[in-house]
Design a protein around this ligand. Structure first.
Ligand SMILES: [Zn+2]
Length: 176
């Protein structure tokens, strides 16, 4: 039994290493260089995910709920440097909080989007909307198996982790 358990632990460790290698990070951007300001509106390819986020917001927060206005576009996120060494070295999504009444802005890395499946695309957009639409901060905590407890984990959660826990993660996202 011990060996089996040890094996399971090794598998989980590998999975997390894989996450760290394949995907990285997001930062809550405060700098004004890089791809900002972006063009107004929401890219047509990204719109279905933003609309879905809105529907879950109504489901969990009530019909009258609405988050901050957000523009969401593809762009070059490579100019952003991750200052936290715990995060990977590649930024794949950025949320920039606007001042005044201007909409917040999200930039999604195009190459990451093209190589991601539908679950990872949703996890990426929902993470950035977590920052930009509902003021969520990063959540570093993992459970006893090393699985992130929130979509606000600073690295993108891959499909193998996200898909079977999707309902939990979405509910958790709107729980604060
Ligand atoms: Zn983030």
């Amino acid at each position: 039994m011990t060996r089996l358990r040890q094996h399971a632990a090794n598998k989980i460790t590998s999975t997390l290493v894989l996450i760290a290698i394949l995907f990285s990070s997001c930062i809550l951007a405060v700098k004004t260089s890089g791809p900002f300001p972006i063009k107004p509106g929401i890219d047509a390819a990204l719109r279905p995910y933003v609309d879905r986020f809105q529907r879950y917001g109504h489901q969990y927060k009530g019909a009258g709920w609405h988050g901050h206005d957000v523009y969401v576009q593809f762009g070059d996120t490579s100019s952003f440097v991750v200052e936290d060494p715990k995060l990977g070295n590649r930024v794949i999504g950025v949320c920039k909080t606007a001042t005044g009444n201007a909409p917040n802005e999200i930039v999604i890395d195009n190459a990451t989007w093209n190589s991601a499946d539908q679950y990872e695309r949703e996890a990426l957009i929902f993470h950035e909307l977590g920052h930009c639409a509902i003021d969520r901060q990063h959540e570093d905590a993992v459970d006893n198996d090393g699985i992130p407890i929130s979509l606000m984990y600073p690295s993108l959660i891959v499909s193998a982790i996200y898909a079977p826990r999707r309902d939990y993660y979405i509910k958790e996202l709107f729980s604060r």
